[in-house]
Design a protein. Structure first.
Length: 95
């Protein structure tokens, strides 16, 4: 085997490695984008379910505000309503 053959072989292997590296980089990029999508989806679901829990607790007739949390309410409470309102969602059903 001549030196030229050795260099050709190394060059060929290097090309193959570079090609594999490019494929891996592309694959990592896809996985990172998918991971970011899943994290955002999880975050949205957690925020959504927390809000739904508070909303239904309020609709069942309990305070969700810091001052009276968990106590039964006789009428609408402005603190509770502002909390629900600031969640950026619709107001409770009975309003
Ligand atoms: Zn309240």
């Amino acid at each position: 085997m001549t030196l030229y053959d050795d260099i050709s072989l190394v060059y060929e292997q290097l090309q193959k490695l570079l090609s594999e590296a490019a494929e891996l980089r592309e694959h990592v990029g896809e996985l990172e984008r998918y991971n970011a999508y899943l994290q955002q989806k999880l975050l949205d679901e957690q925020q959504g379910s927390g809000f739904e829990a508070l909303n239904s607790l309020y609709n069942e007739g309990y305070h969700i505000c810091h001052a009276h949390f968990g106590h039964q309410r006789e009428e609408d409470c402005l603190f509770c309503l502002s909390l629900l309102f600031h969640e950026g969602r619709s107001l409770p059903e009975d309003l």
